[in-house]
Design a protein around this ligand. Structure first.
Ligand SMILES: *Cc1c(COP(=O)(O)O)cnc(C)c1O
Length: 389
């Protein structure tokens, strides 16, 4: 049976070149980067090199990159570090209804501890309204956090405009760029970003590694306390192999950026076109303008997305409903709710995300299997147009 992985937004395989770079750092080059003898310096040099590789991908200075244990820690550090540092100034945060749970659940925690959070709406294309953002700012606002690219519907937010608004009001601006990294051009200087979260395993690097960009001069409280690693700002012995792998993945993402975007978007467009044309009662969620190049989020009316997922799995195909993080709950996706998709349609929604190892043959196989699966499920389905669809 064919195996087709179409869930690149959940995670990606580690590329051969990345793994090759990492291996020596498990064995002969295993030193602690804090040690002062040669073996430590060798490890320290590797961390320094990786920092340069990550910085180059986003036009940052290497001294502005702080390695973390992934995107979740970077989001937590940004929001807790910023609010702790600035709590004397105010207690108001502005974010959106469609953030990753790493942000939303952190904000919910802060709400229990005296902070006020404004959750911005999105329009039918999935974008925040800049006027609503401006109107939400008060003299107590200390942080604006808007994700660069959404993980479910792939929408790219007007980050540069938001950065400008934040700067005009002298408010710190954080963006979760985990899905954006390697998929849309990022220039932290041009976009006016103060804090930015990144993750390695979404760009063909290893899991459990990521980084927070902190603009030079921006002070936020530390989140992990202990040793003086990461210029005294993030404690804990560095995940040396993870950092080396993330660095290499970032370099590959930078060097092959155009190729990657073209490959992904060509196959994604082909997938969307075939599904919408060949399978009746299907709709695409979100706009095709300014969208993650690999993302397709499609509703199949009258059936359950979970059933589609499980039957496709029997054909060796991996897709997801909502995000991987919320798949264990039966709650309808908060992103599709915010987009205004009716609840019964949300339940019929599947996210397909293509990437560097996807081929046209994979897409053809998936569409062929989808046709069978959707037909079978609709024949079995007790819900149909007459019952309120
Ligand atoms: C995957 C993801 C995260 C979490 O990153 P991890 O490295 O898996 O902790 C955060 N935000 C977004 C938008 C993501 O897609």
């Amino acid at each position: 049976m064919r195996n087709v992985y179409l869930d690149y937004s959940a995670t990606t395989p580690v590329k051969e070149e990345v793994l090759k770079e990492m291996i020596p750092y498990f064995t002969e080059k295993f030193g602690n980067p804090s040690s002062l003898y040669d073996k430590g310096l060798e490890a320290r040099d590797a961390v320094t090199h990786a920092r340069e590789q990550v910085a180059a991908l986003i036009n940052a200075d290497p001294s502005e990159i702080f390695f973390t244990a992934g995107g979740t820690e970077a989001d937590n550090w940004a929001v807790f570090g910023a609010t702790d540092k600035l709590k004397e100034k105010g207690n108001h945060i502005i974010t959106t209804k469609i953030e990753h749970h790493a942000m939303l659940h952190s904000c919910a925690f802060l709400e229990k501890h005296g902070f006020d959070v404004t959750y911005l709406d999105i329009d039918k294309d999935g974008r925040v309204d800049l006027q609503q953002l401006k109107d939400s700012i008060t003299d107590k606002t200390i942080l604006i956090s808007v994700m660069m690219v959404n993980n479910e519907i792939g929408t790219v937010q007007p980050i540069k405009e938001i950065g400008k608004i934040a700067k005009e009001h002298k408010i710190l601006f954080h963006t979760d760029a985990v899905q954006a990294l390697g998929n849309v051009p990022i220039d932290v200087k041009d976009m006016g970003i103060d804090l930015m979260s990144m993750s390695s395993h979404k760009i063909y690097g290893p899991k459990g590694e990521g980084a927070l960009f902190i603009r030079k001069g921006v002070r936020i409280s530390n989140y992990l306390h202990g040793g003086a690693q990461e210029a005294g700002r993030r404690a804990g012995t560095e995940n040396l192999t993870g950092i080396v792998g993330f660095g290499k993945a970032a370099e590959l993402a930078r060097v092959h950026f155009d190729e990657h975007v073209k490959h992904s978007s060509t196959l994604r467009d082909y997938l969307v076109e075939r599904i919408l044309n060949e399978i009746p009662d299907t709709t695409l969620n979100g706009t095709m303008e300014e969208r993650h190049p690999g993302n397709a989020n499609i509703t199949f009316k009258y059936i359950e997305g979970e059933s589609i997922l499980l039957l496709l799995n029997q054909f060796g195909i991996s897709v997801s409903t909502g995000s991987a993080c919320s798949s264990k709950s039966l709650e309808p996706s908060h992103v599709l709710v915010a987009l205004g998709v009716p609840v019964e349609m949300i339940h019929g929604t599947v996210r397909f995300t293509v990437g560097d190892f996807t081929t046209k043959e994979d897409i053809d196989y998936v569409v062929d299997c989808l046709k069978q699966v959707v037909t079978r499920l609709r024949e079995l389905s007790p819900i149909n147009e007459k019952k309120g669809w």
